[in-house]
Write a protein that binds this ligand. Structure first.
Ligand code: MG
Length: 366
C-alpha cells in the first residue's frame, strides 16, 4: 500500500456529560485523529490519549509529538503494510496510544482498498455486541440514581460505576437497592491503597460482576493479595500494558477478568494476542472504552465482536458521549450496537462535523 501523506488532526467534541478528572471537570473531548492519504487509499485512526496524563502517561500532545517525530518517520518510504507495522513501531518504547492510532489508520486504509471489513478481518463472530455504560462520580446519590435509571430505560445491559475514596460503598449500595438484578460492576481507576482492603471487602455484598483496577498500575502483588481477601472478581485495566503483562497478572492471581483496550496495548495486533490468550484460557474479557468518537468506537465494536469478548464492554451509543458524533451516530437497539460491516472500520467522518470540530491540522509528507 502506497501512502504519500499523513495528516494529524486535532479535534474538540463537546461532551453531553462532563467528566471529573484531576484537572477538574472536562467538558470537551480533545482528540487526535490520524488520516493516512495515498494515491489510491485513505484511512482513519483515532488516538485515545486524554488531554492530561491521568490514565497512563500519554496525552494528546505527547502522542502528537511521538507520531510526528518518532513513529511516522519509521514507516518505509515505498510501501507500508499494516501486518509489519506493530513490529516496526516496537523500536520505540511506550507511546502505545500513538502507535495504536497509526496502526488503526493503516488497517482502515488497507482493508478499505481490499473491500474487507475490520470485523471480518479480525475474525468477528457476532453482528452486534451488548452495550454497557460507565457512569462517573457524581455530587449526590440522587443524581447517580437518576443517571442509572435513564441508562437502564434506554436498554443498557450492564452498568459500571466509577468509584473513589468517599464515593464507593454508599452509592453502590443505593444503586444495588434500587436496581436489584442489574448487572453491575465498579471501576476505581487506581484510587485505593492497601489500607483500604477492608473497605473494598464491603463491596462483596452487592454481587458485583467485578472490581476494576483498585490499586496502582504496577502493584500486581497488591492486587493478588486483595483477590485472596475479597469475593468480588478483580479485573485489571491500567496494569495491562501488553499481552505479556496481562498473562503475568493472570499467572500471579492479580486478576481473573481482563479489560482489553487496543489504545493501552499499542494496537489491534496486541489486542488480538491478548484476546487469543483469554479465549484459550477461558478468562472472561471485555472491551474498554476511552470516550472515543465514532472512528475509534467503530474499531472497538469490530474487536468486541470476537468470541473471546464474553462480557459486555464500555461500548455505548454516540449520544451517551456527544451531542453530535464525528461519524453517523452509533445507536442502541435492544441493548446492543451493530458492528459496522463496511470496508475498513466501516465508518467515515461526516465532512461538516469534521470541519466544525477541527482545531488544527498538520500534514506530514512521507
Ligand atoms: Mg478502567
Amino acid at each position: 500500500m502506497l501512502l504519500s501523506q499523513i495528516e494529524l488532526r486535532r479535534i474538540r467534541l463537546p461532551l453531553v456529560t462532563p467528566f471529573r478528572s484531576s484537572q477538574g471537570f472536562i467538558t470537551e473531548r480533545e482528540l487526535l485523529l490520524v488520516r493516512l492519504i495515498g494515491p489510491e487509499v485513505e484511512g482513519w485512526g483515532e488516538c485515545v490519549a486524554l488531554s492530561s496524563p491521568e490514565y497512563t502517561g500519554e496525552t494528546v500532545d505527547s502522542a502528537h509529538n511521538a507520531l510526528k517525530r518518532e513513529l511516522i518517520p519509521l514507516l518505509p518510504a515505498d510501501s507500508v503494510s499494516p501486518w509489519q507495522v506493530s513490529a516496526l513501531l516496537g523500536e520505540v518504547v511506550g507511546n502505545s496510544m500513538a502507535k495504536a492510532a497509526l496502526e488503526m489508520g493503516l488497517w482502515d486504509a488497507e482493508l478499505r482498498s481490499r473491500e474487507v471489513s475490520l470485523a471480518q478481518h479480525l475474525g468477528a463472530t457476532r453482528s452486534r455486541v451488548p452495550a454497557g455504560v460507565a457512569v462517573g462520580v457524581m455530587d449526590a446519590i440522587d443524581d447517580l440514581l437518576a443517571a442509572v435509571e435513564s441508562y437502564v430505560d434506554q436498554g443498557y445491559s450492564r452498568v459500571k460505576l466509577k468509584i473513589q475514596p468517599g464515593w464507593d460503598v454508599e452509592p453502590v449500595r443505593a444503586v444495588r437497592d434500587r436496581f436489584d438484578g442489574l448487572p453491575l460492576q465498579v471501576d476505581a481507576n487506581m484510587a485505593y491503597k492497601k489500607s483500604d482492603f477492608a473497605l473494598l471487602a464491603e463491596l462483596d455484598e452487592f454481587g458485583l460482576l467485578m472490581l476494576e483496577q483498585p490499586l496502582a498500575a504496577n502493584d500486581l502483588a497488591g492486587h493478588a493479595e486483595l483477590a485472596r481477601q475479597i469475593q468480588t472478581p478483580i479485573c485489571l485495566d491500567e496494569s495491562l500494558s501488553s499481552a505479556e503483562a496481562a498473562e503475568e497478572a493472570v499467572e500471579l492471581g492479580a486478576c481473573s477478568i481482563v479489560n482489553i483496550k487496543p489504545g493501552r496495548l499499542g494496537g489491534l495486533a496486541e489486542a488480538l494476542r491478548l484476546h487469543d490468550f483469554c479465549l484459550e484460557r477461558s478468562i472472561p474479557a471485555w472491551c474498554g472504552g476511552m470516550l472515543e468518537s465514532g472512528i475509534g468506537r467503530a474499531a472497538n465494536l469490530a474487536l468486541a465482536a470476537l468470541p473471546g469478548f464474553t462480557l459486555a464492554g464500555d461500548l455505548s451509543a454516540s449520544n451517551r458521549y456527544f451531542y453530535r458524533d464525528l461519524t453517523p451516530p452509533f445507536e442502541l437497539r435492544d441493548g446492543h450496537i451493530d458492528v459496522p460491516t463496511g470496508p475498513g472500520i466501516g465508518v467515515e467522518p461526516l465532512p461538516e462535523m469534521l470541519d466544525e470540530a477541527t482545531v488544527s491540522t498538520e500534514l506530514i509528507e512521507l
